[in-house]
Design a binder for this molecule. Structure first.
Ligand SMILES: [Zn+2]
Length: 139
């Protein structure tokens, strides 16, 4: 039954379309300010550091370390009923961007702060591939 419930999907807009187009190709990209070099995250029309509106979408390594996490044991959306328990972590990317995403291919008991992880993508539809992380080395 839960498999028949549609997953909540991102709202793809002109502002974030480059991010999702890259994700579809399993590339992780974020905006980088052309004036001060800051990474712009979350996606925004201007740099939060210097207010410049000049930026480019640039690839990031996808490598990072877990800074914090939760284990979700209750489905807050019916589409996730078959996913629980699952892990959502705060990951500090090597570029200094802190992102939230699920972590897969690890048991919750194996999680620890500073665990090295790398980005991977789950193809969810023809248009959407979702960011996930997994341990950089097999657990
Ligand atoms: Zn800037």
């Amino acid at each position: 039954m839960a498999d028949k419930v549609a997953w909540p999907m991102p709202n793809i807009s002109a502002a974030n379309r480059p991010h999702w187009a890259a994700a579809k190709n399993h590339k992780l990209t974020y905006q980088q300010c052309l004036d001060c070099g800051s990474w712009i995250y979350p996606i925004a029309p201007m740099c939060q550091a210097c207010w410049s509106e000049r930026f480019e979408w640039r690839p990031v390594s996808g490598e990072g370390k877990i800074s914090s996490w939760i284990v979700v044991r209750r489905a807050f959306h019916p589409a996730f009923q078959n996913e629980i328990p699952y892990v959502v972590a705060e990951v500090d990317l090597a570029e200094g961007i802190r992102v939230l995403a699920p972590v897969v291919n690890i048991e919750p008991e194996q999680l620890r702060a500073s665990l090295p992880v790398r980005a991977r993508f789950m193809d969810r539809s023809d248009d959407v591939s979702l960011l996930q992380f997994e341990p950089a080395k097999p657990a």
